[in-house]
Design a protein around this ligand. Structure first.
Ligand code: 15L
Length: 284
């Protein structure tokens, strides 16, 4: 597949970096660091912020606010115009009934990749999730090459997104980095998070690495801090240049007793509390 030429790199400086889900918890963390890549001769001309919900802060210098519903194909095509790269955080972020997941995470990702293809967007950094493999036992080491074992519709939708990323790389040369994020939070809150925690600082390092690494093609990596108790492999980190700097271990004494009862699937399986959600459909 083609690599980015010097010409197209020049073009990126006249184009926008798009952040979807900008009003959400992760969007609020990433807005500032992504903004530093934009304007004043930086990598991109502007940071385009998009969400269905209103943003807490109005647009600053080199920021554009473009509200958009992922389920609206026409609006998505307009949103991607002039966009060189995307950090896609938008969509449903928790286990939910199928219909809203279908609209935002399945139809929405189709709209995103189609709009990116039409606009000539070159790279998408996708917030995938550890819930693609949430039915593995806690403690079992796994990596992106292992068989997916989603723990719900949300996990399935993230696997759909990862496969769309592969398809649009293989067929159309759009690069993607699919980040199977762990528990992004200011601090670990329970025993599971001693393994799954991704600090805000490491999230920032990971996303910036995923945007700037050369020739990634289509790459999937887990997103987790340097927790000694983590279950997920480092596969892909070297290629991205991601080196986590934080560790959940400092919170062990405080949180190791916190969590669901030991005999429940929520304590046994990697997906944690998501295993306690659903089925949402009619009972037999
Ligand atoms: C996720 O993918 C979710 O978006 C987030 O709400 C957390 O539940 C996180 O995973 C996690 O597994 O802790």
């Amino acid at each position: 597949m083609s690599t980015v030429s010097a010409n197209t790199l020049t073009d990126a400086r006249n184009q926008a970096l798009l952040l979807t889900g900008a009003a959400g918890a992760l969007g609020r963390v990433l807005r500032l660091p992504l903004g530093r890549l934009c304007g004043g001769g930086q990598s991109y001309a502007a940071l385009r912020l998009s969400d269905r919900a209103a943003l807490a802060q109005p647009a600053g210098p080199h920021e554009e606010v473009s509200p958009c519903d992922l389920a609206d194909r026409t609006a998505m095509e307009a949103l991607l115009q002039g966009v060189a790269a995307v950090v896609h955080l938008g969509g449903v972020a928790v286990e939910s009934p199928f219909e809203p997941i279908c609209e935002a995470n399945i139809r929405g990702v189709f709209h995103l990749y189609e709009a990116a293809r039409l606009a000539g967007t070159r790279r998408i950094v996708l917030a995938s999730s550890n819930h693609t493999s949430g039915c593995y036992e806690q403690g079992q080491p796994i990596g992106p090459a292992d068989l997916p074992r989603p723990d719900g519709y949300y996990g399935v939708s993230k696997l759909f997104a990862e496969q769309m990323a592969q398809l649009y790389w293989d067929r159309y040369g759009i690069e993607s980095v699919c980040l199977r994020l762990g528990t992004v939070a200011a601090e670990p809150q329970d025993r599971r998070a001693l393994s799954t925690w991704l600090s805000f600082g490491d999230l920032e390092r990971l996303v910036l690495a995923a945007l700037s690494a050369k020739d990634v093609g289509c790459l999937t990596a887990y997103g987790v801090s340097a927790n000694p108790a983590r279950w997920w492999s480092e596969a892909g980190w070297e290629q991205l240049g991601y080196r986590p700097q934080d560790s959940a271990e400092a919170w062990r004494e405080l949180v190791q007793q916190l969590g669901p009862p030991a005999d429940s699937p929520m304590a046994r399986l990697q997906g944690g509390s998501f295993l306690g959600l659903g089925p949402f459909e009619r009972q037999p």
